[in-house]
Ligand binder design. Structure first.
Ligand SMILES: O=C(O)c1[nH]c(=O)[nH]c(=O)c1I
Length: 314
């Protein structure tokens, strides 16, 4: 079977990539992704200035030897926009496409980063994070529809209508799928939608210590891993159905070829891995590629297009 695909007219060897924030904050990690079998890669969401982020412990896998996922409240630690802009200038675009994720603390910061990116004329693809759940005092833009609309109006014009994408939080109500999609569809230059970010503000408890397990925000943090797969699939399919002109990138609960296949069936063109990559490292891309290929072989599919978005209903 052939795992090749295209995204915004760029050829990819396969649809697998990292989720922003995982294995992509510093040069050594970015180089490891560059060398890995990932079909594409994205940088850690960045702010205009470098940030230390929240106090540790701020990432944990959940519940013992067979973890079902992770909880994190990193707090947007990153090396600052200039660092990642420099990486976009030394990335090997022949080997795989690069996405750059930004998550400005203010609209002006987002516009400043976008302005520099536009002037840099880089092949890197912009993914704007509207869904960081862990910056104390900052509500997620993806849950404030007016603010999201305003931001997209400013950002798309600031970026000169160049193709860009948004990283969305999970929604849990059909009316919210409808409203979010209606906003996105008003911006043709929003060429893709990445669903989902972590399920925000979950709480993990350790019964031996009778305590929460991460330090920031009294233990509240974003949930990832197996726990979020059905919600991730729902958001991928909901936006796939509502935004026929846009590509969907699936993220959430992918740890093997099985979940990658489900995301593609639900409408994802590319598939991101977060928690599983954090735990296994970049060798995961070779493993999941082989597993996805084996599933396609068994089903008689020779290309992704034969089942992409072809989820059946009853
Ligand atoms: O805490 C983080 O840094 C973080 N953590 C997440 O789970 N999603 C995000 O978008 C971010 I910016």
């Amino acid at each position: 079977p052939n795992l090749a695909t295209t995204f915004l007219d760029l050829p990819l060897n396969n649809p697998l990539m990292n989720a922003s924030g995982v294995w992509c904050s510093v040069g050594s990690q970015l180089e490891a992704l560059q060398e890995s079998e990932a079909g594409a890669m994205v940088t850690k969401s960045c702010t205009l200035q470098p940030r230390d982020g929240n106090p540790e412990p701020r990432y944990r896998v959940l519940n013992g030897d067979k973890p079902w996922g992770s909880i994190n409240s990193m707090g947007l630690p990153n090396e600052g926009f200039a660092y990642y802009l420099r990486y976009t200038e030394r990335h090997d675009y022949e080997s795989k496409p690069l996405f750059i994720s930004i998550s400005g603390l203010t609209l002006d910061d987002n516009l400043a980063m976008i302005d520099s990116l536009k002037d840099a004329v880089t092949p890197a693809i912009l993914e704007i994070n509207l869904s960081c759940p862990n910056v104390p005092g900052k509500a997620q833009l993806g849950y404030d529809f007016d603010a999201m609309d305003t931001l997209l109006a400013e950002v798309t014009s600031g970026y000169g209508q160049r193709a860009l994408g948004v990283k969305l939080p999970p929604y849990f109500d059909i009316a919210h799928f409808d409203e979010a999609a209606a906003i996105l569809n008003r911006y043709p230059s929003v060429a893709f939608v990445t669903c989902i970010n972590s399920i925000g503000n979950a709480l993990a408890i350790d019964i031996d210590s009778e305590s929460v397990i991460i330090k920031p925000k009294d233990g509240f943090g974003g949930l990832g891993g197996d726990y979020v797969l059905p919600t991730a699939l729902a958001n991928v399919n909901a936006f796939y159905r509502r935004c026929p002109e846009k590509a969907i990138i699936g993220c959430g609960g992918v740890k093997s070829g099985q979940e990658a296949f489900m995301h593609i069936l639900a409408g994802a063109t590319l598939v991101q891995m977060g928690t599983a990559l954090y735990e296994e490292g970049p060798s995961i891309f070779g493993r999941v590629k082989a597993e996805l290929s084996e599933i396609m072989e068994k089903k008689g599919y020779s290309s992704l297009s034969q089942f992409h978005g072809k989820l059946k209903t009853l």
